[in-house]
Design a protein around this ligand. Sequence first.
Ligand code: P71
Length: 457
Amino acid sequence: MKPIPEPFRIKMVEALRPSTREERVRWLEEAGYNLFNLRAAQVYIDLLTDSGTGAMSDRQWSAMLRGDESYAGAESFYRLAEAVEEVFGFTQFVPTHQGRAAEALLFGIMVRAGQSVPNNWHFDTTRANLETIGASAVDLPIPEARDTARDHPFKGNIDLARLEQLLEQARPGQVPLALLTVTSNGVGGQPVSLDNIAQTRALLARYGVPLFLDACRFAENAWFIHQREPDWSGKPVPEIVHAMFSLVDGFTFSAKKDGLANIGGLLGVRDKAVFERVKQRMVVIEGFPTYGGLSGRDLEAMARGLREVLDPAYLAHRVGQVCWMVEQLDQAGVPVLKPAGGHGVFLDARRFLPHIPQAQFPGQALATALFVETGVRGCEIGSVMFAKRDELTGEMRYPDLDLVRLAIPRRMYTNTQLAWVADGIVELYAQRERIRGMRIVEQAPVLRHFTARFVPA
Ligand code: P71
């Protein structure tokens, strides 16, 4: 494929900061080989996350000037409510300061210790929010998702047979709700089909279990449905989004992704009684239900972002950037997760570095080597984030995949910059035997990837 020209022109620029290899070696050592510990100014091209890092449009910036900062009943809230109803078809919702706050609110009300919550794949904060309550987060990806080379149009789908087995074997009341994460971040930004959402809903209905979407990347998911699902191919994206949300009892949302905002989130619920409890709890931890931990101008940015993200020209370019990079890397023989996902390029670190054992964190080794050689910051999504010691046997349990994600911020980097990143990865692949494994010397008990310190093994 040819890269698609950017469907925007640039109105304001931010200078990038090149650095030398010697500087990067020193900075990395000072950061304990953890890329989260770097100062952003030490990074040349920052692909750590697509969360809250995108560029806002001129229309979002101008809408922010209209932000109504009233404590209660601000006009900005009502403008957001219009957008939420128009895009998602939900009338009962609260804004939150980001996605994990929506999760904490929802789980705090609906989930208790000892219960199990199934999902196609829990991302780190979702898992942590459940485990903090004492509930277990059960990942049920389809088997195809474990093979990074295997092609499948909807690798984000939940495994319906395993879901049915879990529901069949559960004690009454053991499964308070189920989640579907769209797109599935941990398996490579892969979409869930509308058919899979509908079948999940039908199955859960037989057991009286409500279904919620973790909807961070709902527009990218809808775009893949538009492109790949025969019954929906070519249907307008807003119609597909409506169909996705019409099948669920509620959703959590991080506006830092497909809200095209730098901060913000949403929690939507259909059940009136649950919604009342959300609003009561909300005031204690997030803020009054019409602002939810955000300023009026943040609500304005989100309201506009929710509509802009559905623009087919935007989506074609965004998903096209990821797809083009994956194609370049694949053609050069670099082990990259296929098919391309919606929000980033995922390198398969175990296949990239077969000489590094899992216990020495191939993903961390690859992410840090890429930073040293190019100044590009990616993010390990693998054993640093998800390996756990089994409490009964004491054995280490490793996740299915060790990936390095190069998340593409929205509307931020040009095709030329991303082509340069792809070249850097191809060059690194040519000298992969020189990359060494890592050892952890310091770590926190929860979400250790944010703060752990490493040394070369
Ligand atoms: C991402 C993030 C944010 C992040 C996480 C870990 C390291 C670096 C950055 C956040 C998600 C997400 C899904 C599927 C809920 C959240 C929480 N992702 N669900 O991918 O991907 O949202 O950040 O607004 O609290 O980089 P929040």
